[in-house]
Design a binder for this molecule. Structure first.
Ligand code: BG6
Length: 495
């Protein structure tokens, strides 16, 4: 068993988080920084500055973060001396983005006690996208946007193509594209990165990875949780904006992209962009035919009664909590191969998986055999239990005739590599400090993705649009199953 190799420390940095007392910072960013600190990746002089409107001093912020760590980091990963070290790096600056006089406080805090004059500065914007432009403008005005600064934009980048362009232009007036890190945390997941390695560091798949041998591709990202506390954001967003425009389309890109000359920041992003540009353009008729919107009704989830979406957000709503779709990547490699995507909240289980279903053998070679023959399938499990499973047909041992049996070759990351699989944010935050943009979305990618979903947003904005209901704890609306049945196929549910 090969354990993970040791982490290389990054340079000293002032890591500023706007929205420093918010849910993302406390639940994901600070736990990720804690774990990087625990593994020796944060050097002396690495400071973390939480920025928010809250009237909290450094001490108050430190105890808030300490509580968050004990809640969001597994108990066996927490040690007192690392908690003390991380908490010692923390500061808090109370700042109202709109109030010009507040900005000097951040400026002074960053100048005061920095590891060096030209220390790397990261500005992580875990706030509403409407604030991205104004924050960058203020950073520029107070002289904090330098060649050594990087800005991180949490999704959503806008709410449609126009607003995304506005945000990108405002941020781009201050920061060069090479200093802008648009996070899609799915790209930081181990198994998602491994998809690139599996495809491009091995030779056996590549000759089969095309319309000649692949029948279709399925991508599922399902969650068993509902919208919970995030109802007010979610109700304005919906699954299409929250998951499809970013996470699912990024997964499509990685499955479908051509091999770049080598794996590097621009080469990978160039190839992903080509996939987005090759997605079958949507007309209103195709939206109605090939895309299903759903919303959960009350049901049973994880063995407990779960309320409806309307009950969770407190009113009737036409926001979709589920999307299933059929699309195609219209290029030489993939012509005619359907890509079926689906994502939803309050589904039967939490599972993210990519399934590549290969074609049937061209000729039935075992006419007198018994038992089912199933086409080969490669299941790439993104979460939980990351790994890969190749489904094959084998002969059941025994004398007499030939009995066919489906069997699988399993690769479990946990069994192969042991240890904990790092959270996506751990990898991505360190990439930001190092200035490596490979796993971040470039402006043209984000805009191409918004351009592709625009006809769906348009069609679903009609007052008559109603998502189809599905009981919480199920696989989604019946229409999603029909989408595949129409093509003589069915969704691969987890075994
Ligand atoms: C976020 C969405 O980007 O991804 C959430 O806003 C969703 O609604 C989450 O729950 C899913 O991420 P993960 O890593 O838990 O699959």
């Amino acid at each position: 068993m090969n354990g993970p190799t040791a982490a290389t420390p990054v340079e000293p940095c002032d890591f500023t988080v706007f929205g420093g007392t918010g849910d993302l910072a406390l639940r994901k960013l600070l736990p990720a920084l804690y774990l990087r600190d625990r593994d020796g990746q944060l050097p002396d002089g690495f400071r973390i500055i939480g920025v928010s409107r809250a009237e909290v001093d450094d001490e108050g912020y430190r105890s808030m973060v300490e509580d968050a760590l004990s809640e969001h980091v597994a108990a066996d990963e927490l040690t007192d001396d690392v908690v003390r070290r991380l908490v010692g790096r923390l500061h808090h600056v109370t700042l109202d983005v709109e109030d010009v006089s507040d900005w000097h406080r951040l400026h002074d805090r960053l100048k005061d006690g920095a590891a060096s004059e030209d220390v790397i500065r990261v500005f992580y914007l875990a706030v509403a996208p409407a604030l991205f432009g104004p924050i960058c403008e203020h950073l520029d005005q107070v002289g904090l946007a330098t060649d050594r600064s990087r800005v991180v934009l949490e999704k959503p980048i806008g709410t449609d193509l126009d607003t995304a362009r506005t945000v990108n232009e405002a941020v781009g007036r201050v920061f060069d594209e090479s200093h802008i890190f648009r996070i899609d945390h799915y790209l930081g997941k181990e198994s998602v990165q491994n998809l690139l390695v599996t495809r491009f560091a091995n030779t056996f798949l590549e000759p089969l990875w095309n319309s000649r041998w692949v029948d279709h591709v399925q991508i599922t990202v399902s969650e068993s949780l509902g919208v919970g506390e995030r109802g007010s954001y979610y109700d304005r967003s919906g699954a299409l904006r929250d998951m499809v425009q970013n996470h699912l389309l990024q997964l499509v890109c990685l499955v479908a992209m051509e091999p770049p000359t080598y794996v590097d920041r621009e080469t990978v992003r160039d190839e992903k962009l080509k996939v987005l540009q090759a997605l079958r353009p949507l007309t209103p008729e195709l939206v109605d035919r090939d895309i299903v919107a759903g919303q959960y009704a009350a049901g049973l989830c994880d063995g407990a009664p779960a309320p409806s979406y309307a009950a969770e957000v407190g009113h009737e709503s036409s926001t979709e909590t589920y999307v299933a779709m059929r699309t195609e990547v219209q290029n030489w490699r993939w012509a005619g191969v359907p890509f079926y995507l689906r994502t939803g909240k309050r589904m039967a289980e939490r599972v993210s998986e990519i399934v590549v279903v290969f074609k049937e053998p061209p000729h039935p070679m075992f006419p007198h055999s018994e038992g089912p023959t199933e086409p080969n399938r490669l299941h790439i499990r993104v979460q939980p239990d990351e790994g890969m499973r190749l489904h094959m047909t084998a002969k059941e041992p025994g004398p007499g005739g030939i009995r066919l049996r489906p069997v699988s070759l399993d690769l479990s990351y946990a069994a192969a590599f042991g240890g904990r699989s790092p959270d996506a944010y751990e990898r991505l935050l360190m990439d930001v400090v190092r200035g490596n943009t490979t796993l971040f979305m470039r402006r043209d990618e984000v805009e191409a993705a918004w351009a592709w979903v625009a006809p769906i947003l348009d069609r679903w904005s009609r007052p008559t649009h109603r998502p189809r209901r599905y009981p919480a704890g199920t696989h989604g609306p019946v229409a999603a199953a029909t989408l595949l049945e129409r093509d003589g196929r069915s969704w691969q549910e987890t075994e």
